[in-house]
Write a protein that binds this ligand. Structure first.
Ligand SMILES: NC(=O)c1ccc[n+]([C@@H]2O[C@H](COP(=O)([O-])OP(=O)(O)OC[C@H]3O[C@@H](n4cnc5c(N)ncnc54)[C@H](OP(=O)(O)O)[C@@H]3O)[C@@H](O)[C@H]2O)c1
Length: 184
């Protein structure tokens, strides 16, 4: 696939590396912006409060499938009138939208390929985004687990504080797996 990542830091750069290794073509955009019109999928991985500025700096987003990895914590709020960043993203692009990769620690991406079992990655979003989320999760070494439709994106964005609290309570940065009982 042809993928544009908006935000090329820990999460955007980390996923770009994994996807390139899996054979995808990735264009990495920073705060200078750029054009996404040639992409099959777009990853949004900028600070949670920078989503409006980031989307405004990128052309060619209309109708694109966007995977939004941003988190909101420390009192940060989505843009006015929206309950999540992901719903704001959809209002701008009009395309299939998912909150994805926001609950996975980028610092561990380099070790995912060696995992004994596939870690999970939560996502919430549109049915039309499901195939892209599944494929790009797979190609990054994760198994996508759905939390719900796009109305659940706010719940997922709010999980960051819980994940940090777990990490800071002795476990450190971690992976997790949610699996059906048949796998016990
Ligand atoms: N780090 C993690 O483990 C992790 C895990 C899950 C989710 N997240 C979420 O993913 C997002 C990115 O986190 P990160 O750790 O990857 O951050 P980061 O390493 O600081 O990278 C942020 C990226 O966003 C770009 N950026 C900043 N302001 C921008 C703007 N106004 N317009 C366009 N681009 C802008 C930066 O551009 P330049 O390259 O030009 O400086 C940089 O490439 C955050 O919302 C975070 O909560 C992070």
């Amino acid at each position: 696939m042809n993928i544009t990542v908006i935000g090329r830091g820990n999460i955007g750069g980390g996923l770009a590396d994994l996807w390139e290794r899996a054979g995808h073509q990735v264009t990495r955009l920073g705060r200078g912006g750029g054009d996404a019109s040639a992409s099959d999928a777009v990853l949004l991985a900028v600070p949670g409060a920078a989503v409006e500025a980031a989307l405004a700096s990128v052309t060619g987003l209309e109708g694109k499938t966007v995977l939004d990895a941003t988190n909101l914590y420390g009192g940060a709020r989505p843009p006015d009138g929206f309950s999540s960043n992901a719903e704001y993203v959809k209002s701008v692009t009009g395309g299939p939208t998912a909150k994805a990769f926001s609950t996975n620690f980028a610092s561990l991406f380099g070790r995912i390929a060696d995992a004994r079992v596939r870690p999970s990655g939560l996502w919430a979003g549109d049915d039309q985004a499901q195939d892209v989320v599944s494929r790009l999760s797979d190609d990054a070494g994760f198994e996508a687990v759905r939390l719900g439709d796009l109305s659940m994106a706010a719940t997922q964005e709010g999980l960051a504080g819980t994940l940090f609290a777990i990490a800071q309570s002795g476990l450190g940065e971690f992976v997790y797996r949610m699996a059906p009982p048949e796998e016990l």
